[in-house]
Design a protein around this ligand. Structure first.
Ligand code: FEO
Length: 398
């Protein structure tokens, strides 16, 4: 049975959900699933805005067919070629052989890479700011390179003031009946997944996100239709403000991220003591993670959220504890900036993790690693606890 949602008189959500996939991109846990959004616009000519992941292909095809109501499909707009959206493009093209495919020149290259020559004669190539008129509706195209791949563009429906934003403003999480962000408690139930989606998927490309936001600020936007997660029609500014913060690497909240890598629990103990010290010093929010237990995507998300980090690591094989090294590599890969970091190392004979953690963070812009890294020798004692107190003070006051 088709499962669609009417957004307005002529705009229909035809996407679907996957709650079985354990790792999005084979990397990120998605315990709440994910939606693959696509949209049909009914006008004098019919338009499908983006396609969907192969996992939902049967549902997706049925949805398009229902939304078209027996009409032929005239246009397929492709905003992004990543297979979580474009995997079904060739199938859709085969099923609706008269549809022309609206792309930019970079998308055209990727269509040939993914599908060979079959679709090439059907492409209608647009450039920045070009328009497509389908009757009452005028769609205008804006390039959004690196949000999240280099070929990405977004589509603006000037008639209904709808921005089809590709991956931007998307989130992990399946859509369960309620399609609109204003129908759910987004801040309570979705924001963490939205942040984790943004920071891990697009977080490295903050400058590109800022460029897109600048373009979008010149548009009169009544609704944002992303490729994942709820549709925005109210309080859009609130979510845009999150994107401004994330895109500029501005801490979203006052608080401290504590991440520790521990073998027998003594480094964890140092982390717990540090948290108590920070609380007594007036820190209002602390997010603490054992890096061996929590997937780094969650910790990276809180590294964007908070401006202060405390990273504590056992020394392991004369280096950084493995899961901590993975986290630091992830943080480095996402080019985080503007943070203050306290480092604590532990070692029973040759404590070297601290120096190596400092080196890993050294390439990050405006990341201030506090002096006075604390060395724990096996377990906290009076001296190292006092040093930890000094470090906590420096972090709390930073
Ligand atoms: Fe949802 Fe970059 O694909």
């Amino acid at each position: 049975m088709h499962c669609t949602a009417k957004i307005n008189e002529n705009l229909i959500w035809v996407g679907g959900n996957d709650r079985r996939l354990s790792l999005f991109e084979n990397v990120y846990p998605i315990p709440r699933g994910i939606s693959y959004n696509a949209y049909v616009v009914l006008d004098e000519q019919t338009v499908l805005v983006d396609t969907a992941d192969r996992a939902i292909s049967d549902q997706f095809m049925e949805n398009i067919e229902y939304a078209l109501g027996g009409r032929k499909l005239d246009w397929i707009i492709v905003d992004h070629m990543e297979p979580d959206h474009a995997a079904t493009l060739r199938d859709v093209c085969r099923y609706w052989p008269e549809a022309k495919v609206v792309v930019n020149d970079k998308i055209a290259v990727m269509i040939r890479q993914f599908f060979g020559e079959e679709l090439m004669s059907r492409l209608h190539i647009v450039k920045e700011g070009e328009a497509l008129k389908t009757g009452c509706h005028t769609f205008r195209f804006y390039m959004a390179p690196m949000v999240h791949w280099p070929e990405v563009m977004v589509t603006y429906d000037e008639t209904d003031k709808v921005l089809f934003s590709a991956d931007a403003f998307g989130t992990f999480g399946a859509v369960s009946g309620f399609l609109f962000a204003d129908e759910v408690d987004f801040e309570r139930d979705w924001l963490d997944d939205a942040r984790r989606y943004y920071t891990n998927i697009v977080g490295k490309y903050g400058a590109s996100v800022q460029a897109l936001l600048k373009k979008a600020s010149g548009l009169d936007i009544a609704m944002i239709c992303p490729l994942h997660g709820p549709v925005w029609r109210e309080n859009i500014g609130w979510f845009v403000d999150k994107y401004v913060k994330w895109g500029t690497y501005t801490p979203e909240e006052d608080g401290v991220l504590i991440a520790y890598g521990t073998v027998y629990g003594h480094t964890q103990n140092a982390a717990e003591v540090l948290a108590m010290m920070l609380r007594e010093m007036g820190v209002k929010k602390i997010a603490m993670y054992d890096v061996s237990v929590t997937h780094p995507s969650y910790i990276l998300s809180d590294a964007f959220r908070f401006g202060k980090w405390a990273l504590l690591s056992s020394t392991y094989n004369a280096g950084i504890f493995p899961a901590m090294e993975t986290l630091l590599a992830d943080i480095k890969a996402h080019a985080l900036k503007n943070r203050t970091v306290a480092i604590v190392e532990n070692g029973s004979w040759a404590a070297t993790a601290g120096k190596q953690m400092r080196e890993m963070l050294s390439g990050l812009k405006d990341v201030n690693v506090l002096d006075g890294a604390v060395t724990v020798r096996s377990a906290l004692n009076a001296d190292s606890t006092a040093a930890l107190g000094e470090l906590a003070k420096a972090l709390a006051e930073a």
